[in-house]
Ligand binder design. Structure first.
Ligand SMILES: Nc1ncnc2c1ncn2[C@@H]1O[C@H](COP(=O)(O)OP(=O)(O)OP(=O)(O)O)[C@@H](O)[C@H]1O
Ligand SMILES: [Mg+2]
Length: 262
């Protein structure tokens, strides 16, 4: 496996399961013995809230100890790492000020590469096996930074009528980054929030499987109320309810990720 494999969870469609997959695959990889760093790239703070109570997350946001400060000032991200309550799992929290990150990036030299440069010393140290980045539901200069800092991209797609809408835009955006992010490849599409009672799920799967150049992960994540309860308790679903269907699915997805990184 490459040193510090960096994977971003990206889809401009909101609510497709990016933060849920990022937090739970990250936790699952840490239980498999890997050292994992999570990077919360979204002003909604959902990845941070997956591990800490709201008060704590707002404290990170207000104290300046967060990704926004690091990126805005072009600092080494190493200084912004915080341990989660779990072994082998650390995080760089976000800030609501990330809403103005596009503006901050605008006048910067090589503005697409700021995140990549900020992660350079962490990657070089080999301290982490995986760095997982949670992207916001947008396409723009900041997501470009996330793509340029990543080796792989996982695209969570919700099995719903609008889940596929906009996917073409994202792939087009991805092609436009090829020159500045030549090493980035799509690891796969992760189908999320599956409800097998709905026929639409099968249609989503068939449509995605027709896209020959992109792998669809064998593991599909089903709708499971344990996911929401876990998030409400700031815990990964594997901690909140280890026996739940989704907990087992996130382990299976993490194993697929592991295999693809060998
Ligand atoms: N497997 C699941 N079962 C039930 N609810 C889920 C599941 N996965 C995600 N959700 C819920 O769906 C909503 C969207 O999930 P999530 O926040 O992970 O998506 P996102 O792509 O990160 O959203 P955004 O684009 O806003 O960042 C959340 O309320 C989450 O609790
Ligand atoms: Mg999110």
């Amino acid at each position: 496996m490459k040193k510090s494999t960096t994977i971003c969870f990206c889809n401009n469609k909101g609510g497709s399961g990016k933060s849920t997959c990022c937090s739970n695959v990250g936790y699952a990889l840490s239980t498999m013995g890997y050292r994992v760093l999570l990077v919360d790239g979204d002003m909604q703070l959902n990845l941070s809230l997956s591990f800490f109570e709201e008060d704590k997350v707002l404290e990170f946001a207000q104290s300046g100890h967060n990704l926004y400060t690091a990126v805005k000032d072009g600092l080494d991200l190493k200084e912004f790492i915080i341990p989660t309550p779990y072994e082998h799992l650390d995080i760089i929290p976000s800030s609501t000020l990330m809403s103005s990150i596009e503006y901050e990036l605008f006048a910067k030299w090589q503005r697409e590469l700021i995140l990549r440069k900020g992660l350079k010393s962490i990657k070089a140290s080999g301290e982490y096996d995986f760095i997982l980045i949670d992207a916001p539901p947008t396409l723009g200069g900041w997501v470009m930074n996330i793509l340029c800092a990543s080796d792989y991209m996982i695209v969570p797609v919700e099995a719903s009528p609008w889940g596929l809408f906009g996917l073409a835009n994202m792939f087009e955006f991805l092609h436009s980054t090829e020159e500045i992010a030549p090493d980035l490849s799509i690891m796969g599409i992760a189908i999320t929030k599956v409800d097998e009672r709905k026929n639409y799920y099968k249609q989503t799967l068939e449509t995605l499987q027709e896209v020959e150049e992109v792998k669809v992960f064998d593991t599909h994540i089903h709708v499971d109320s344990a996911v929401e309860w876990a998030q409400d308790n700031s815990k990964p679903v594997l901690v909140y309810k280890k026996s739940s269907r989704s907990a087992n699915e996130f382990i299976a997805l993490a194993k697929e990720v592991e295999a693809l990184c060998q």
